[in-house]
Design a protein around this ligand. Structure first.
Ligand code: ADP
Ligand code: MG
Length: 263
């Protein structure tokens, strides 16, 4: 790869997708209400293996609920969600296994405050994946190395900067060897000077072929790493396009209006 872009472009200017085209996460006619509020309306979305989908849209449009539905933190009213061809289980052991396959990185870092950085990363593999402690530690150190915080392994989360904590959260998610990683505004709680260190980590993951669904308003990240931008408003997917197309030539009024406010 000669430039910093994940997706290559042919001499004719045609984008070559980074993914295989094989569906990994498929949402079909998904609906969800909170009381009167129809928060997800007939959502149809396919995320392919190796694909990076960036979800953007105004606050309250249902982006977090969409992520939580994919991870089954939020039950849906109707429709189906499948992961690697399997419908999402409702409960029990199958659900725990599914959770291991769907990693999630939240806006707030959500690390266990009273456990060290290393323990934060080894806990899931030891408890859920029944990994031996020594092997889990070794793997955790490799992951902490990869996200650039290995030298913080013995500290508590509060002793790290927000950017470092969020990179630990990414390492923790990776430790479970997920099939897909969901990011819900992973940089919006960070001080500005720490945003790039987290985005750079995410771009590196995207380049390595990780399947990612990323809710973010970071347009630089979307341009650099996304195969596709999905624009949500009022519980609906209003528009989907390749990032360059979406940012330069949005089709819907809602997207034009939204981009006018944030760009
Ligand atoms: P976004 O992430 O795009 O800002 P959310 O998915 O968080 O949007 O929320 C979509 C809508 O659903 C908002 O109007 C929000 O207030 C509402 N909502 C989210 N979670 C709940 C909940 N647990 N109970 C009731 N309403 C909720
Ligand atoms: Mg949200």
């Amino acid at each position: 790869m000669t430039d910093s872009f994940v997706n290559s472009v042919t001499p004719d200017g045609e984008r070559v997708p980074s993914h295989s085209g094989e569906p990994l996460v498929v949402l079909s006619d998904v609906n969800k209400h909170f009381g009167e509020l129809h928060v997800l309306q007939d959502i149809n979305l396919t995320v392919h293996r190796g694909e990076v989908v960036v979800v953007i849209g105004p606050s309250g449009s249902g982006k977090s609920t969409l992520c939580r539905a994919i991870n089954r933190l939020e039950p849906i009213d109707s429709g189906t969600i499948t992961l690697d061809g399997q419908p999402l289980p409702a409960e029990g052991k199958a659900l725990a296994r599914l959770r291991a396959d769907v990693g999630m990185v939240f806006q707030a870092f959500n690390l266990f405050a009273h456990k060290t950085i290393l323990e934060n990363v080894t806990l899931g593999p030891i408890k859920v994946k029944r990994m031996k402690t020594a092997a889990a530690k070794q793997r955790a150190m490799e992951l902490l190395e990869r996200v650039g915080v290995a030298n913080q392994a013995d500290k508590l989360p509060a002793q790290l900067s927000g950017g470092q904590q969020q990179r630990v959260a990414i390492a923790r998610a990776l430790a479970m060897q997920p099939k897909v990683l969901l990011f819900d505004e992973p940089t919006s709680a960070l001080d500005p000077e720490m945003v790039n260190e987290v985005l750079d980590t995410m771009v590196a993951l995207a380049k390595e072929g990780m399947t990612m669904v990323v809710v973010t308003h970071e347009m630089g990240f979307a341009r650099k790493a996304a195969d596709r931008v999905v624009f949500m408003a009022d519980g609906q997917i209003v528009e989907e396009a390749e990032p360059e197309k979406f940012f330069t030539d949005p089709q819907s009024h809602r997207a034009q209006d939204f981009l006018g406010k944030i760009l």
